[in-house]
Design a protein around this ligand. Structure first.
Ligand code: GLA
Length: 384
C-alpha cells in the first residue's frame, strides 16, 4: 500500500468505489497496521508482545456479486485483478497474492465464499515494519466475512491471516502482526500471549504519546536474517528440551547456557530477557509509570542491537537522536529490523518539538529525510 500520510477515511474510499463501480458500496472495512512498543522477536518463541494498532490502515469498499468472481481494484498500485474463487493459482509476488491467499485459506477450512468486487486503498507504508501485509490480510478476511456471512473471531481470523502469509505468500512470520491488526483496541496497547492468544488491553501512562520514526531505509536482508534467527531460537529450545524459549527462565538459562556457542547464547539471551521486559513494561503501563516503560524500551533496543543483531546504523542513529531529546521516555527499533521504523514513548506536551528536532538531527547525521509522526491507538479490523 502506498504512503498517503494517514489521510484516508471512509468517505474517500466510498468515493473511489462510486467512481469505479457506479454505485455505493455495501460495506466498508478497515484493518490497521501496527507498531510494537516492546516484545521483539518473541512471538515465534511463544512469548509476549505489546503492540498497538495504529491510525494507518488498509480500507476496502465492496459489494457482493452473484457469481464466484473477485474483482479487486487497488488504487495504490493502479491495477485490477479479476479471478474466480474456483481456480486460485499462485502467480508473481505482487499484491494479488494476498487476495488469493486469504480466499484460499478460508476455502481450505471449508468456508463457502461468495464473489465480490471492491476498491482497496491503504496508507500503511510498505516495508517500513508497520505490518502493511497483515493489515491487508485482515481487511480481506473482514471483507470475505461480511460478504459470505462468516462468524468473526479475532484470534481465529488472525491465525488464518498468518497461515495465508506463511503458506501462500511464503513468508515465515509469527502471529503478532495479524493478531494486533485483528484485535487492536482504541486508546490501548495490547499485551498478547503468543502461546494462548490471550489478550489484555493496557492503557498508556497519562501525558504520554507514541511517535513513529521512519528511517526511510528498507533492507532486503530481512527475510533471510529473520529465518536464520528463528532457526537459532528453535534449535536452542530443542537443546533445552522445551517446546519454545518461552519455557526457559532467565535463571535456568544463566546456569545452563555455558555449553552454547557465543552467538547462539546471545540470540537466545535477547529473547528470554525480552519476554521478561515485555511483562514488566505491561505492568509499568498499568501503574502509569512512563519512565519505567521507557527504560525497558531502551534496554530492548540495546539488546536487539548487541545480542540479537537486527538493528542497522540508521536505526541506531535515530535511537540516539531520540534519546537526546528531553521529551523522550524511551525509544527503540520496532518490527523485524534492518531498516524501517523506531518507536518512542514521549511526553505529549513536547511532541511538536520532539518530532521536528529529532527529524532534523537524524537528517544532519545521515543525509536521509525521515518521516516522523505522532500516532494513536485504534480498533482492530472492523466494518465501518
Ligand atoms: C515481523 C514478523 C512478526 C514478528 C516481528 C519481530 O514483524 O511478522 O511476526 O516476529 O517481525 O518481532
Amino acid at each position: 500500500m502506498g504512503i498517503s500520510q494517514g489521510v484516508l477515511c471512509k468517505q474517500s474510499v466510498e468515493c473511489a468505489f462510486r467512481r469505479h463501480f457506479d454505485s455505493s458500496p455495501t460495506w466498508v472495512v478497515r484493518a490497521p497496521g501496527r507498531v510494537n512498543l516492546i516484545g521483539e522477536h518473541t512471538d515465534y518463541n511463544d512469548g509476549f508482545v505489546l503492540p498497538m494498532a495504529i491510525d494507518r490502515a488498509v480500507w476496502i469498499a465492496l459489494r457482493p456479486r452473484v457469481d464466484r468472481r473477485l474483482i479487486v481494484h487497488s488504487l495504490d498500485c493502479d491495477a485490477r485483478t479479476n479471478l474466480t474463487l474456483d481456480e486460485l493459482r499462485r502467480g508473481d509476488h505482487d499484491w494479488t497474492e494476498y487476495v488469493k491467499g486469504v480466499a484460499w485459506v478460508l476455502q481450505e477450512r471449508g468456508d463457502v465464499l461468495r464473489g465480490w468486487e471492491g476498491i482497496v486503498v491503504g496508507d500503511v507504508p510498505v516495508g517500513a515494519g508497520l505490518s502493511s501485509s497483515a493489515a491487508f490480510e485482515l481487511a480481506l478476511a473482514r471483507a470475505f466475512a461480511a460478504v459470505s456471512d462468516l462468524p468473526w473471531d479475532a484470534a481465529t481470523m488472525a491465525l488464518l491471516g498468518q497461515r495465508a502469509e506463511n503458506e501462500w505468500v511464503g513468508v515465515r512470520c509469527g502471529i503478532m502482526d495479524q493478531m494486533i491488526s485483528a484485535a487492536g483496541r482504541a486508546g490501548h496497547a495490547l499485551l498478547i500471549d503468543c502461546r494462548t492468544l490471550h489478550t489484555e488491553a493496557v492503557p498508556f501512562p497519562s501525558e504520554t504519546t507514541v511517535v513513529v520514526l521512519d528511517t526511510a531505509t528498507r533492507r532486503g536482508l530481512v527475510d533471510s536474517a529473520y529465518n536464520q534467527r528463528r532457526g537459532q531460537c528453535e534449535a536452542t529450545a530443542r537443546a533445552f528440551g522445551v517446546p519454545a524459549l518461552r519455557d526457559v527462565s532467565v535463571e535456568r538459562f544463566a546456569e545452563e547456557s555455558v555449553r552454547l556457542d557465543e552467538e547462539t547464547r546471545r540470540r537466545a539471551w535477547h529473547v528470554i530477557t525480552e519476554i521478561e521486559r515485555t511483562l514488566q513494561a505491561a505492568e509499568a503501563m498499568r501503574e502509569g509509570n512512563a519512565s519505567e516503560v521507557g527504560r525497558l524500551m531502551n534496554a530492548s533496543h540495546d539488546s536487539l542491537r548487541d545480542d540479537f543483531a537486527v538493528s542497522s546504523r540508521e536505526l541506531d542513529v535515530m535511537v540516539e537522536c531520540g534519546r537526546a531529546h528531553p521529551a523522550c521516555f524511551g525509544i527503540r527499533m520496532t518490527g523485524a529490523g534492518f531498516g524501517g521504523c523506531a518507536v518512542a514513548l514521549i511526553r505529549r506536551e513536547l511532541a511538536g518539538s520532539f518530532t521536528s528536532q529529532v527529524a532534523a538531527s537524524y537528517r544532519s547525521a545521515t543525509g536521509i529525510e525521515p518521516v516522523v509522526y505522532v500516532c494513536s491507538a485504534t480498533e482492530g479490523a472492523s466494518l465501518v
